[in-house]
Design a protein around this ligand. Structure first.
Ligand SMILES: [Fe+2]
Length: 198
């Protein structure tokens, strides 16, 4: 499979990711308690819609159709965001969880665009690279703005009373806790080898 094919797959993944975000960002905006965060998510939703259109332009240049790949990665990242929205934390602590989730979505996209731009550059596809760079720049700026807005939220959250670590309650929480123990167990023997080699 030639690099052009890999690029098209990568771009279809991004196209699916951006479309998924068009549906997910309003939920983050609605869920966030902090007005500035709400405004940032709403503004980034408008940018995201523009990014979908830019990706469509890219597919036109490449004479390929944009659909064909569902981005499982973004689905997972959005799922983490849905978990943050279900947490029964209050005020700033609730928003702190959303900040983590939102930054994950931005950085997932940043990674995707960086890879796609490097591929387009290698193939000498200047127009494609230019359009993708516009999207990349917006993602990077969005992540920076979220971090700036997060600072006072995190400070406020740090002053909220701590709670006891709660036991997993729902089926989903129990499944997640079980899987995390399995993750640890599977890595354990490799970590022993790593520690003794140090
Ligand atoms: Fe995006």
């Amino acid at each position: 499979m030639a690099l052009t094919n890999v690029l098209v797959d990568e771009l279809r993944d991004m196209y699916s990711a951006e479309n998924q975000l068009v549906k997910a960002l309003p939920k983050l905006a609605k869920g966030a308690k902090n007005a500035q965060l709400k405004a940032l998510f709403t503004a980034h939703l408008e940018e995201t819609k523009e990014q979908v259109l830019r990706l469509k332009q890219v597919f036109e240049i490449l004479e390929e159709k944009p659909t064909g790949e569902h981005c499982n990665g973004m689905e997972g990242v959005i799922e983490e965001g849905a978990d943050a929205l279900e947490k029964d934390e209050e005020g700033a602590s609730f928003d702190s969880g959303i900040v983590g989730a939102a930054l994950r979505t931005e950085h997932y996209e940043i990674a995707g665009y960086m890879a796609a731009i490097a591929m387009a550059d290698t193939l000498g596809l200047k127009d494609v690279s230019g359009l993708l760079t516009k999207n990349l720049n917006e993602e990077q700026k969005a992540a920076e703005k979220i971090l700036v807005a997060a600072k006072p939220i995190l400070r406020e959250s740090a002053n909220q009373p701590e709670e006891e670590d709660k036991k997993p309650q729902t089926g989903k929480e129990k499944y997640s806790a079980q899987k995390s123990r399995e993750d640890e167990k599977k890595a354990a023997s490799d970590l022993v080898a790593h520690s003794s080699a140090r």
